[in-house]
Design a protein around this ligand. Structure first.
Ligand SMILES: Cc1cc2nc3c(=O)[nH]c(=O)nc-3n(C[C@H](O)[C@H](O)[C@H](O)COP(=O)(O)OP(=O)(O)OC[C@H]3O[C@@H](n4cnc5c(N)ncnc54)[C@H](O)[C@@H]3O)c2cc1C
Length: 398
């Protein structure tokens, strides 16, 4: 932090302002402030304390884009050394990580994709088993395999954690290193020539900065628009329905049906979600639970796939929003090509928690060194929003 004269007044100049204290913003703040090559100030602005209440906190590795696989691998390395990274005053960091592999099921037309991603997985040293229908019926006798042509089962290093605990751990460590968090709602971004140089909060407070990072989750396109940038991202509602079933499945990975409907179990409860069909998936900000979506779309698919689910009791449901990149559902990372002190860390859909360590490290490297050092994520740059060159991930869960 330094001071500048502007409009006749002496003003504080923050080195970095991050908009968003979610898991992505806090991870970026942590990686910046923990770097030996950075000695500037980091201020995180957040509207309210957020919670990752609905996140499954799922971590899988079976992606179809190599960079997503590499980010998932770094997430596992990071979790393996969580205490070295995030412990404050030697207190143990517990994010409640538990192993649970993912099973992606495919129909005939997706067999070529299954094989090509399997080759990619082996090239990256991921332990994944290819299953044919007979393997599926032997391993998971409760599955209806009639229309299935195969599946891909993670054999290690997949699971889930409490994403809220991980966010808090990033936050506490970042604070211990000197990062400051401030409540406030960003309502304007001022520019001077081609650079953004100040934000205004709803209280009227202006804060000057050298670099601004947009980590505003589902609000990221609104934040970009304040700087005159069109970021084609929308807010999408995702719901998790939990239900009980009289039959307990002995051995159940997290199962992803070819339709994208997925479920996992935890104790006596099952949790299911989906990406709704396009005509039922508007840009939206309400959190109203849509039980019809479960009754009319999710449950018929579930009960076809697992006949034991024909008799279930609905327990509860939750809903939350995440950012949806309208172009290709992949993230946008790094500086804007013209306003190059405005950085994006947006569009992670249902993968923010597991992407957070790699994204924090990547954005910190870009800001500090002007380039990616550990993992080149330049294919996710803003340029493709201009060229329209889409980068689709085929094994995204949400
Ligand atoms: C149903 C569901 C299941 C999920 N499952 C998984 C999973 O299995 N694995 C996984 O990795 N991820 C999962 N996720 C994704 C993930 O955990 C969340 O989407 C995550 O909360 C997003 O993190 P974020 O940091 O990008 O944004 P957010 O947590 O939304 O944080 C955004 C921040 O921006 C701030 N902000 C916004 N606008 C302003 C403004 N104008 N001024 C100031 N601050 C502002 C907010 O206050 C907040 O601090 C799931 C998400 C959902 C909805």
């Amino acid at each position: 932090m330094s001071r500048i004269w502007t409009e006749g007044f002496m003003q504080v100049l923050e080195d970095i302002i991050i908009i968003g204290g979610g898991i992505i913003g806090t991870s970026i703040a942590y990686f910046l402030q923990s770097s030996d090559n950075f000695d500037g100030s980091v201020l995180v602005i957040e509207t309210e304390a957020v919670s990752q209440g609905s996140s499954w906190g799922g971590f899988h590795q079976q992606f179809s884009i190599p960079e997503n696989i590499q980010m998932a691998q770094f997430a596992q390395e990071f979790l393996g050394e969580l205490n070295r990274f995030l412990s404050v005053e030697d207190k143990i960091v517990n994010v409640d990580y538990h192993s649970n592999e993912y099973l992606f099921l495919v129909e005939n037309q997706d067999i070529p994709m299954l094989y090509s991603t399997n080759i990619l997985h082996h090239q990256h040293g991921i332990s994944v088993g290819l299953l044919d229908p007979e393997d599926l019926s032997q391993g998971f006798p409760w599955l209806n395999i009639t229309d299935l042509a195969g599946g891909s089962l993670g054999l290690s290093r997949e699971g889930g954690l409490n994403a809220e605990r991980l966010r808090k751990a990033f936050r506490q460590k970042a604070i211990s290193l000197g990062v400051r968090f401030q409540n406030g709602e960003l309502i304007d971004i001022a520019k001077n020539n081609d650079l953004a140089n100040a934000i205004t909060l709803s209280t009227g407070q202006s804060i000057y900065f050298k670099t601004l990072v947009n980590a505003a989750g589902a609000d990221s396109s609104r934040i970009a628009s304040l700087a005159g940038i069109n970021l084609p991202m929308e807010s999408r509602k995702r719901q998790i329905f939990s239900f009980s079933c009289r039959m307990l499945l002995e051995k159940s990975p997290i199962v992803v049906d070819p339709t994208g409907v997925h479920f996992r179990h935890d104790g006596n409860l099952f949790y299911a979600g989906c990406v709704p069909p396009k005509d039922k998936d508007p840009n939206c900000s309400d959190t109203k639970i849509d039980y019809d979506l479960f009754e009319e779309y999710i449950w018929p698919i579930l009960s076809y796939r697992v006949p034991a689910f024909q008799k279930i009791t609905m327990e509860k449901a939750r809903s939350e929003h995440y950012t949806y990149n309208v172009l290709d559902q992949s993230p946008v990372l790094g500086p804007h090509p013209e306003i190059n002190n405005f950085y994006f860390a947006n569009g992670f859909m249902g993968r923010s928690a597991q992407a957070s360590p790699a994204i924090g490290r990547a954005i910190a490297e870009l800001i500090i060194f002007g380039e990616y050092r550990s993992l080149n994520l330049s294919r996710f740059s803003f340029e493709r929003m201009v060229t329209g060159e889409a980068l689709f991930e085929h094994n995204a869960l949400q």
